[in-house]
Design a protein. Structure first.
Length: 93
């Protein structure tokens, strides 16, 4: 069964890449976010194709997705690249 623990590690890399002043940090963060989204979709596809969908996965996958998006939005707000109200609307939905 595919592992869901990857989400938290992707989230950490994303936040660090955005908040640490590294040359190309924004590009690194965007790449990490895109890879995380692709692997999440692939993970779901594999679980469905192997009929390995679990109740835990049904509950935790949306939670992990929301945490990853929230982390990216909060990092963007902290860098003044996004208005706080925009992040709040997206996170609250």
């Amino acid at each position: 069964m595919p592992s869901r623990s990857r989400g938290s590690s992707w989230c950490g890399v994303l936040v660090v890449a955005l908040t640490v002043e590294t040359p190309g940090g924004s590009t690194i963060a965007a790449t990490v976010f895109a890879i995380a989204a692709l692997t999440d979709g692939l993970d779901g596809y594999i679980a469905r194709s192997r009929q390995a969908v679990t109740t835990f996965g049904k509950v935790m996958d949306p939670v992990a997705d929301k945490l990853m998006i929230a982390a990216a939005l909060i990092a963007l707000v902290s860098l003044d690249r996004l208005e706080p109200w925009v992040a709040m609307v997206i996170i609250a939905r």
